[in-house]
Design a protein around this ligand. Structure first.
Ligand code: BTN
Ligand code: 3PY
Ligand code: ZN
Length: 633
C-alpha cells in the first residue's frame, strides 16, 4: 500500500485550482513530431502569429507606442555584500540577530511575486525578471530580500506561461547572488490548494532550498500552527530562514471581532517562536491592518517574542504605506513593498514612497532612490506588455474591510465572476463573500481557504441563495466540492473549529476529521513515482525539480511537458512575441542556451491553402525557413 499510483491518487486529482482568465484551448498544443528546438520555437511563433494566443484574445492590447524596457547601468562589476552573503556565512540565526540590531527599516521587494500575482493575474514571465536581477544585485544590495517565488507563481508558470518555475528560480538566483530570495509557502499545502503528504512537503522544501530559496514565509490558511510544523522543520533542516507567519484578519481594535484579538495574535506568535521560527511574519494578505491597529499590534508582538518582525500588507484600501509607517514607528523590523510601477491597489505599498518618507529619519532605509526609480522605470515598460492581464481596477476601495478578500485573490475572483456573467453584480459577490465568512465561523481567508469562501460566494450569487437559505436544514443546497473538502477537515481546523450546524449540513451528517490532515496521508514513494512518470513520458528522465512539479500538480506538469515537446524553450522568447507572435519585418532574438542565440526574422504570412494550412516565412540566423501551421483563426 506504500506504492501509490500517483496518476490516480485522489489527493492530486482533486482541487486542481486554476487562476485562469480565459479558457485555454488545449487543441492548440496537440501535434506531435520530434523536431529540433529552433524549429519548435518557430512553430510556436507561427502558430501564435496565425491563430493568436488564447489568453490574450479579446483582451486589451499593449499600447502601440510602448517603449522597450531599458536596463539600468550597473553601479559595480561585483555585487556588494548583502543579506545573502550574511546568510551563507553565518546562518539564519545571524540573519535574525542582524535584523533586530538594525536601526533602518528593512525592505523586501515583492515585484517578482506578489505584485504581479495581485495586479497581472500572476502572468509575468521569467525573462522579464531575470534581465533586471543583476540591477537589483548591483544597485539595491541593501534590500532585505526579493520575493520572487512561490504562491501562485509555481503553477501559473507551468500552466499558462509554458515555463519551468525551477529554472526561473535558478536563473534569478544566479544573477542576484548577494540578496536573499524569498518565497511564499502555504505550509502543508505547498504551493498548491490541498494538503500534501508530509514527505512531499519535505521533498519540496529541500528542493526549493537547493534551487535557490533563502527565506521561506510559511503560513497556514487557517492559522493552525499544528499544520505548519512539517514545513517549518524542513526549512530549518535545509539551513534557510524560517519565517513563521501569522495571517492577519478582522480588526484588533473592534470589540465585536473578539475572536481575533491581541491575545489571539500574541499566543500564535509565541507558538511560532516555540516551533522554531527565526523571523515572525505578519501577513496582512487583504490589507486590513489599519495604522492605529498596527501601533497596538506590533508592540504587543515585540513584547511577546524575541523574534524580528516582518510585515506584509496590501494597498487595496489605499492605506498600506500609512500602516507601514505606523508599523515602522512601532518598531517593526522589515516590511514588504513593490516597485512603484507595480505597486498600489491590490498590490503592495509603493517602495520608492516608503523610502522617501523615511529619508533623514531614524529609520532611513539606506536604499538609493535613484536606483529605485531606474528599476521602476524598467518595470513600467514591462508592465505595458501585459495589458491583457490588467484587472481594470480603477481605484483603491474601502470595501475591502467588508469582504476581506486577499489582494492575490481579488482580481482573480473578479475575473471568475466576469466569466460567469456576474461582473455587474460584483458588490453582491463582495457581500456574499462576507456572509460566507460569517457562516463558516469567521475564518482566516487566504489561499486555499479564501478560494473555498470565493467558490461558495459565487455559487450563492449565481443561484440567488441567501445565507439564511444555505443554513436552513430544510433547503436543499448542493455545495461546491471545495466547501465539502474544507468541512471534512482536509485543510485543517480554524480556532474553535467550524460551526457545527454548517458542518452537519455540508457533510450530510458524516463525521469530519479534526486531526492534522497530513497525519492520515500515506507517504508517497518518490522513486516509484519517478519511474512511473518517466514511463508515462516515454523514458524522459525526471530530475528532482521535475518530480516536485509533478507531485504538486500532476496533470499541469504532464501537460506542460507535452507542450514542451512540441514548442521547445519558448520561455526564451520576448514577452510580446510570446503573447502576440510577430509582424512581417520583425526581428527578435532568443537565447536558447547560454551563448547560443537564435536570430529570428519573420518575412511574411502566406495565404491559407485548401487544407486550412498557412505558411509562415522566416529567416533563422539568416537562413530561410518556412513553417506550416493549421489556421484556426
Ligand atoms: C530549454 O531551454 O530547452 C529548457 C526548458 C526547460 C524545461 C525542460 S522540461 C523539464 C526540464 N526541467 C527543467 O528544469 N528543464 C527541463
Ligand atoms: C498565495 O498563497 O498565493 C497568496 O498570495 C496568499 O496571500
Ligand atoms: Zn500578499
Amino acid at each position: 500500500d506504500f506504492v501509490i499510483n500517483l496518476l490516480k491518487h485522489p489527493v492530486f486529482l482533486n482541487n486542481e485550482y486554476t487562476t485562469k482568465f480565459i479558457d485555454t484551448t488545449p487543441e492548440l498544443f496537440q501535434f506531435k513530431k520530434r523536431r529540433d528546438r529552433a524549429t519548435k520555437i518557430l512553430t510556436y511563433i507561427a502558430d501564435i502569429t496565425v491563430n493568436g494566443h488564447p489568453e490574450t484574445e479579446g483582451r486589451p492590447e499593449p499600447r502601440s507606442d510602448l517603449k522597450p524596457p531599458v536596463l539600468p547601468t550597473l553601479a559595480n562589476d561585483t555585487p556588494p555584500a548583502g543579506s545573502r552573503t550574511l546568510l551563507d556565512a553565518e546562518g539564519p540565526e545571524a540573519v535574525a540577530k542582524w535584523m533586530k540590531e538594525q536601526k533602518q527599516l528593512l525592505i523586501t521587494d515583492t515585484t517578482m511575486r506578489d505584485a504581479h500575482q495581485s495586479l497581472l493575474a500572476t502572468r509575468m514571465r521569467s525573462i522579464d525578471m531575470i534581465k533586471i536581477a543583476p540591477a537589483y544585485a548591483a544597485n539595491l544590495s541593501p534590500l532585505f530580500s526579493v520575493e520572487c517565488w512561490g504562491g501562485a507563481t509555481f503553477d501559473v508558470a507551468y500552466r499558462f506561461l509554458q515555463e519551468c518555475p525551477w529554472q526561473r528560480l535558478r536563473d534569478i538566483r544566479a544573477k542576484m547572488p548577494n540578496i536573499m530570495t524569498q518565497m511564499l509557502l502555504r505550509a502543508s499545502n505547498g504551493v498548491g490548494y490541498t494538503n500534501y503528504p508530509d514527505n512531499v512537503v519535505q521533498f519540496f522544501v529541500k528542493q526549493a532550498a537547493e534551487s535557490g530559496v533563502d527565506v521561506f514565509r510559511v503560513f497556514d490558511s487557517l492559522n493552525w500552527v499544528e499544520n505548519m510544523r512539517v514545513a517549518m522543520d524542513a526549512v530549518g533542516e535545509s539551513g534557510k530562514v524560517i519565517e513563521g507567519t501569522i495571517c492577519y484578519t478582522g480588526n484588533v481594535l473592534d470589540p465585536e471581532r473578539a475572536k481575533y484579538d491581541i491575545k489571539y495574535y500574541v499566543d500564535m506568535a509565541k507558538k511560532l517562536e516555540k516551533a522554531g521560527a527565526h523571523v515572525l511574519g505578519l501577513k496582512d494578505m487583504a490589507g486590513l491592518l489599519k495604522p492605529a491597529a498596527a501601533k497596538v499590534l506590533i508592540p504587543a508582538l515585540k513584547d511577546a517574542v524575541d523574534l524580528p518582525i516582518h510585515f506584509h500588507t496590501h494597498d487595496t484600501a489605499g492605506i498600506a504605506s500609512g500602516t507601514i509607517l505606523a508599523a515602522s514607528d512601532a518598531g517593526v523590523d522589515a516590511v514588504d513593498c513593490a516597485m512603484d510601477a507595480l505597486s498600489g491597489n491590490t498590490s503592495q505599498a509603493t517602495l520608492g514612497t516608503v523610502v522617501e518618507a523615511l529619508q533623514f529619519t531614524e529609520r532611513d532605509t539606506g536604499l538609493d532612490i535613484g536606483a529605485i526609480r531606474e528599476i521602476s522605470n524598467y518595470w513600467e515598460a514591462v508592465r505595458g506588455q501585459y495589458a491583457a492581464f490588467e484587472s481594470g481596477l480603477q481605484a483603491p476601495a474601502s470595501e475591502v474591510y467588508l469582504h476581506e478578500m486577499p489582494g492575490g485573490q481579488f482580481t482573480n475572483l473578479k475575473a471568475q465572476a466576469r466569466s460567469m456573467g456576474l461582473e455587474e453584480r460584483w458588490h453582491e459577490v463582495a457581500q456574499a463573500y462576507a456572509d460566507v465568512n460569517q457562516m463558516f465561523g469567521d475564518i482566516v481567508k487566504v489561499t486555499p481557504s479564501s478560494k473555498v469562501v470565493g467558490d461558495m460566494a459565487l455559487m450563492m450569487v449565481s443561484q440567488g441563495l441567501t445565507r439564511e437559505e444555505v443554513e436552513d436544514p430544510k433547503t436543499d443546497v448542493s455545495f461546491p466540492d471545495s466547501v465539502i473538502d474544507m468541512m471534512k477537515g482536509n485543510l485543517g481546523q480554524p480556532p474553535g473549529g467550524f460551526p457545527k450546524g454548517i458542518v452537519k449540513k455540508v457533510l450530510k451528517g458524516d463525521k469530519p476529521d479534526t486531526d492534522r490532515p497530513g497525519k492520515h496521508l500515506d507517504p508517497i514513494d518518490i522513486e516509484a513515482t519517478r519511474a512511473e512518470v518517466s514511463k508515462e513520458l516515454e523514458g524522459f528522465k525526471l530530475d528532482d525539480e521535475d518530480l516536485n512539479g509533478y507531485l504538486m500538480y500532476p496533470k499541469v506538469f504532464l501537460d506542460y511537458m507535452g507542450r514542451h515537446r512540441t514548442y521547445g524553450p519558448v520561455r526564451t522568447l520576448p514577452t510580446l512575441t510570446y503573447f502576440y507572435g510577430m509582424e512581417p519585418g520583425d526581428e527578435i532574438e532568443a537565447e536558447i542556451d547560454p551563448g547560443k542565440t537564435l536570430v529570428i526574422r519573420m518575412s511574411a504570412v502566406g495565404e491559407t491553402n485548401e487544407e486550412g494550412e498557412a505558411k509562415v516565412f522566416f529567416e533563422l540566423n539568416g537562413q530561410p525557413r518556412t513553417i506550416r501551421v493549421a489556421d484556426r483563426s
